[in-house]
Design a protein around this ligand. Sequence first.
Ligand SMILES: [Zn+2]
Length: 455
Amino acid sequence: MEADRVDVAPSLALCGATVVVALDPPEVVAADVVLAGDRVVAVGTAPAGVPRRDCSGTVVVPGNVCAHHHLYSALSRGMPYRLPPPTTFTEILQRVWWRLDRALDEQAVRASALRGGLDALRAGTTTIVDHHASPHAIDGSLDVIADALAELGIRSVLCYEVSDRDGPATAAAGIAENRRFLTRSVGLARGMVGAHASFTMADDTLAAVVEAARHGGAGVHIHVAEDAADQHDAHARHGIGVVERLDRAGVLTDRALLAHCVHVVPAEIHAVVDSGATVACNARSNMNNVVGHSPFNHVRPRAGSGVALGTDGIGGDMFTESQVGWLRAREADGDTAADWPLARLADGARFAGRVHGEPLLGTLRPGAPADLVVLDYPTPTPLTADNLAGHWVFGLSAAQVRDVLVAGELVVADRRSTRVDELDVAASGSREAARLWARMDTIPPHDFEPQRSGP
Ligand SMILES: [Zn+2]
């Protein structure tokens, strides 16, 4: 009983900040945030005797969630490219990402997770939903990532992306890795079952993925219609669209996470929304790959489903991602309101909160996990619930991140990780990147091709 009382005694107070208690709908108060262990216990006036951290002149926000990431891409920045420039999305996969993933060994997976995880934390992202591939180093790869992220102190949802593109043994190893990790999920890491995309999966592999998810009580995390090639392949091989194929296979559940959903027709949008699945839009990636603009950027989901945001591996900065995503949505329809990023980020937090059994994740309400970010943002104009959206899209930035707490622990303090030596992470990342790039140079373009058909 004594231990219980110690657990709930306030352990830290963040004092004097403008506090964003929730994003959707926005709630903003001038207050202290009082923590006990891994929880927020009060937003108000800190009691006497509690250790205090001065946060005057700051804005405290719930930690951001990146709902679709590929940490394995963290060492790709600046890598040389010596092949003919890709002209299609399929060629981008064949010549870049399906060469990089086959070059990954366990050391590179670890260095990528450390680098990408640290970048995310320093940008104010406290939860990463990752989609991992390393076809020549599958067994135990999710443990390697979980352990690296545990060193940093960041929350995560991990999976291995199952695919038939590297043959049946690799697909089976991917399924086994997901199943194994789902039984392990400890600390701040949880599991899903990963799948690459409809166009690289045979029916029996897709069925095995769904069975693994059912068995583990988890959802499937899969790319959906990122490019028109995915739809063409589904029609050519199966005579139906991607969403119908996934629905028939049992992928579409309220635990599923569907990345992109760019090339989807209205009936498919309805099927996804009705299933309660969460969609992760990735505006910067879609623009970079020139694959199109997801209609889900303009869907207001009903309760239970959601439209979240991810980076698709372009770093872990959700301030930039949400700002660019909003600008792209606004350009597309002319009237997307400034509160769009707040709703999208709240949906991402709700999804991660469901996986973690933390319904208050993404808020700073009493009882919520203390995942929060202190922004050095002496507000240039008044900041209220009514204008938080305007500050979010035109004022806030990852460059303002001063402190980050995850589960009540100060894991970034005064712009530095409290857990790892950032220069060591940089040095080992550079070393591993050089090894990775050299191995990648010896790997030819992948020869896997989706089936083609008319639209
Ligand atoms: Zn992706």
